[in-house]
Write a protein that binds this ligand. Sequence first.
Ligand code: ADP
Length: 465
Amino acid sequence: MNKLSIKLGLLFFLIIFGLETFMFFFLHSALVESRVEEELIALQTRGNSHRSILEKNFDDEIISHVTLMESEANTDVVITDKNGEVLNSSIPKERITNYIERPVNDISWEGHILEDNWKEEAFISTVSPIEINGQTAGHVYMFQSTESIHSLINRLNDHFLLTGLIAVCLTFVIIIILSKALTKPLIKMKEATSKISKGDFSVSLPKSGNDELGNLAESIQLLANDLNYLKQERNEFLASISHELRTPLTYIKGYTDIVYKRDLSNEDRDKYLNIILEETNRLSDLVKNLFNLAKIDENSFVIQKELLDLTDFIDKIEQKFTPAFQEKEMRFEVDCPEGQVLMADPSRLEQIIFNLLDNAIKYSSSGDKAILTVRNNNHTIHITIKDSGKGIPEKDIPYIFERFYRVDKSRTRALGGSGMGLAIVKELVHAHGGTIKIKSEENKGTEFELIFIGADKNENNSISR
Ligand code: ADP
């Protein structure tokens, strides 16, 4: 048995045992009191009925008749005259002298309890006055030996002892079962948490109701699942990073060897050095992106929002990107109404739009076109980047924002993609409190829609352009 269940069980047992003992004592003394009271009332009633007979005929014959009747019962009677002289008695006089010598003046006709101390005295006793013509003619004393009360109480004690023992045993058994049932989920949770602390997240805690223990078990299960997911994600992430790093490094090493060892023409050397340069740039981009994502993950990067004049901002982006679109022989259109403002971090927003436009160029062919649209719709700003490029297969769309996810790995790599662009875009949009949606159809084109909460033009006087 574990320590907690012993502690709990002992505590419950002590509390319930204390309560039971108190209740048993209370019940016992109440029962004894009421039994003694019943005996006293019966004694007094019997004395009163003798008194009634004697009030009708207070003569020797009736007195001895009453005395005779009582000598056959387990009670006794003593009849005295008005001066306290014993006229007749069913019990030897010396046994009851100290009772009948007690003053009994001014007692009501209903009678009086003379002695009720059943614990110490030999008798319990009552007295009833005999009144004839308004005058006290004598008294009827009734006696009952306390031995019979003692034996009655002894029998009662035996019953109480037996019932008490049964109650204690039952309490003990119930408490053992209860405390085990109560601590079982706790022990399971303890085992689960120590398993988690050792790095084993494969715990399975059964759902044990909607109480605090059930909620705790659910939280531990959730924690284990999350940690398991994070562990898997980290492993996948590390595998992807090492894969991503290995490819450019292999190229760099291979071409450096060639340039270093072989006798090459100037033209070939330039070609190979160019490849080395490209791969080095790719590596540095990769590391930069990884660094950005790591910063986003640990929430250490800051979004410095300011009120942007979107019209101006988009105009500058158009100027920067037009040459790239021209080089790819693509059309690039911008549709942004005058006077649009947005609270955003300009450099981060630029990075978002840059990544999306860069993809539009990378995954389209010459003759295709891309449109950047800004709309203000019910206090939300919608920035849409739509291209007529190769599109994304439906099955890939749910994973498109995952890190290192690329639809066509070999082709994308050739285009310089590492599968990090959209992951960064999504994180940056969320950091702005916005959302991103994607619509894409293979061979028709792709549309990314960014939705931000709109800003009030009067919110800030200094609008950044
Ligand atoms: P990458 O650096 O490989 O471009 P991204 O995260 O930006 O990584 O994109 C992930 C993948 O989504 C890309 O490899 C590409 O297959 C697909 N993709 C992204 N944008 C587009 C687009 N505009 N048109 C078609 N495919 C796209």
